[in-house]
Write a protein that binds this ligand. Structure first.
Ligand code: SAM
Length: 288
């Protein structure tokens, strides 16, 4: 259905379906006509591609994705929206709406069953309450996807795209850079949504890397070190890691020094490469 950006029309459809917005589910629907086409175009919605959309809402973005891609599978957790989507997407025969929670859905099977012979990308105006877990899931699960293009809160976008080794970075920035090349695409003001949220947003695309840019022998250990390093941000790397992992402080100090780092170094000063080097040394010394 076209004209889904018209607030009057949205109110009419939602009223007919007796729908009220759920804050808990992060339901802020896009009403600015320029945003969804840009997400679709920059998010790989094109011929030869199948798109997974997370959180279809009333289907504004779904509609733009379906216009451009070969096929769209849209996940929506709120079953009250299913009859709405059946109406708004009735004229699109390349869309499958699936009721489901993105955190529980078997995305590997979905890709295998629905997108054979197609390249796959993820596009979403994410519900903000689960931004980081969703992004981590998309990256860590090593899904057969080329990219994930998501709208997130502006501050979350800054953190997600921050270069490691800078003051802006956090634990999530290391995972993002390990699995992908992030790109901040454009800002979206709070006025572009209904209802309007309290914060502005931005759209970020993660281009999935074929190989991580650094070699680590034990990924699980590496990410536990990253998490530990940032658990108490104001502490030194050494104090934070030894207390969070329950490791002898002298062993951690030796690893810090063996990685060529100062004893007072803070976690955010480490680039991805340095963090990997430090974790490798620590892993070896722990096994001695
Ligand atoms: N795509 C629509 C748009 O841009 O207008 C809606 C975006 S709205 C920010 C987020 C959507 O995600 C809502 O429709 C909400 O019901 C849905 N949602 C919330 N939690 C979800 C989850 N765990 N799994 C799938 N969808 C979810």
């Amino acid at each position: 259905m076209e004209g889904l950006y018209d607030v009057k029309k949205i109110r009419e459809i939602l009223g007919r379906h007796d729908f009220s917005f759920s804050k808990k589910l992060g339901q802020n629907f896009l009403t600015d006509p320029s945003v969804c086409p840009r997400i679709a175009e920059m998010g790989n919605a094109k011929k030869g591609f199948g798109i997974i959309e997370i959180g279809a809402g009333i289907g504004v973005l779904t509609n733009e994705l379906a216009k451009r891609a070969d096929k769209v599978c849209a996940l929506e957790v709120d079953e009250r929206l299913l009859p709405v989507l059946a109406e708004t997407l009735a004229d699109r025969d390349n869309v499958k709406v699936l009721r489901g929670d993105v955190m529980k859905a078997d995305l590997h099977s979905l890709i295998k069953d629905e997108f054979e012979g197609l390249e796959v990308a993820v596009c979403a105006n994410l519900p903000y309450y689960i931004t980081s877990p969703v992004i981590m899931r998309l990256l860590e699960d090593r899904l057969r996807i080329v990219s994930a293009t998501v709208m997130v809160q502006k501050e979350a976008g800054d953190r997600l795209c921050a270069q490691t080794g800078t003051r802006e970075c956090g634990a999530v920035s290391y995972a993002v850079r390990y699995f992908s090349e992030p790109k901040r695409l454009f800002n979206v003001s709070r006025g572009c949504f209904m209802p309007s949220p309290n914060v502005d947003s931005c759209v970020v695309r993660f281009d999935i890397l074929p190989q991580p840019p650094v070699k680590v022998s034990d990924e699980k250990f590496f990410f536990s070190v990253v998490k530990a390093a940032f658990q108490q941000r104001r502490k030194t790397l050494c104090n934070s890691v030894s207390s969070a992992l329950g490791m002898d402080k002298r062993i951690v100090e030796q690893a810090v020094s063996a990685a060529g780092l100062s004893p007072s170094v803070r976690p955010e000063a480490l680039t991805l490469e340095k963090m990997a080097e430090f974790a490798e040394v620590l892993n070896k010394s722990e096994k001695l």
